[in-house]
Design a binder for this molecule. Structure first.
Ligand code: P6P
Length: 335
């Protein structure tokens, strides 16, 4: 049994000039995952941390108490080690520069959705934490700038998620494949349980909120009907699974194959999900596992961000399934 800590140190040896900062960041994330795991698993017992906080985030979405708790936990863990120069979160309008001497001299910035799918907590459905790490582009020794966060996804140095489900798992990549670690609360360690995850090239599961069907572009409507047609040669009709939690739907598709789609819609002209701390990290993981992520036309990782919280349509999962959606989007574009 190999622990996450042993794995990180072992892999650091692959980067001779590494000074351990990325290792330090991953250790902070490991701690954050343990703390959030602990409190999510008590959510039903201690009412002071479930339900909404009576506030809204930058997107105008109601913040759940655990959203804010997860965000504050992440911020404190990063500030304690100062291995990052800056931090951006779904729960905070602007990025945070760690403007101390150690912070200014740090090489990396991190972006996170501290608790994705949090509206599901009160009904005991799995939720997740998503993170994305870049090397800063502004000069070392100065406070970070917005430019450090608005980098295309192909420049990520690491990305991952924690899924707080029937078990808590941390899944991440540093650009050399994807590995999954399952948390053993009795020992307080994450153990390597899913080495070198490879997403099947095709699958039988599609995840989309079909209740919004009438609002979707024609290409998406045509693809949904394609999934439902009878065709044994291509294993159709597919199975529809939609948990309402990106991390959970994506994690299942990573292991079993499948596609998750949150397209543009008349009520979400640019989609609902955010490019920087949902689309990009999941796209990095998908491609590292042999899958693909697109906005329906372009590779997610090639998109040049313009705003910290910008939204993006997301088609992500098994490579052949994402490519099929791109064919439909191309064929029916403009309809
Ligand atoms: P809808 C959760 O709010 C989230 O960002 C994803 O985790 C999830 O897949 C999606 O939104 C659900 O959105 O509009 O289908 O309820």
């Amino acid at each position: 049994m190999k622990t996450l800590g042993e794995f990180i140190v072992e892999k650091q040896a692959d980067y001779p000039n590494a000074k351990g900062e990325l290792t330090g960041i991953l250790s902070s994330i490991r701690l954050v995952a343990k703390v959030i795991h602990r409190d999510i698993n008590k959510a039903g017992l201690t009412n002071n941390i479930i339900g909404n906080a009576g506030s809204e985030n930058v997107q105008g979405e109601t913040q759940m108490k655990l959203d804010i708790f997860a965000h504050e936990t992440f911020k404190k863990a990063l500030m304690a080690r100062e291995d990052v120069a800056g931090f951006a979160s779904e729960e905070e309008e602007n990025f945070i520069a760690f403007d101390t001497q150690r912070g200014r001299n740090a090489k990396y910035v991190i972006l996170t959705d501290p608790l994705d799918g949090s509206s599901n907590i009160d009904v005991n459905v799995a939720v997740g934490t998503i993170f994305s790490i870049y090397r800063r582009v502004s000069p070392i020794g100065t406070p970070v700038t917005l430019e450090d966060f608005l980098q295309p996804g192909h420049r990520q140095v690491a990305a991952g998620y924690v899924v707080y489900g029937s078990s808590t798992m941390l899944v991440y990549t540093t650009g050399n494949g994807v590995n999954g670690f399952t948390y053993d609360p009795s020992l307080g360690v994450f153990c390597l349980s899913h080495e070198n995850i490879q997403i099947p090239q095709t699958g039988k599961i599609y995840s989309i909120n079909e209740g919004q069907y009438l609002k979707f572009p024609m290409g998406v409507k045509k693809y949904i009907k394609y999934c439902q047609e009878e065709d044994k040669a291509t294993n159709r009709p597919y199975t529809s699974r939609y948990i309402g939690s990106l991390v959970s739907d994506f994690h299942r598709n990573m292991l079993k194959g499948g596609i998750y789609i949150y397209p543009s819609a008349t009520n979400y002209p640019n989609g609902k999900l955010r490019l920087l701390y949902e689309g990009n990290p999941m796209a990095f993981l998908a491609e590292q596992a042999g899958g693909l992520a697109s906005d329906g036309f372009r590779r997610i990782l090639d998109i040049q961000p313009t705003e910290l919280h910008q939204r993006i349509p997301l088609f992500i999962g098994s490579k052949q399934m994402v490519e099929k959606t791109q064919d439909f989007m191309q064929q029916f574009s403009g309809e």
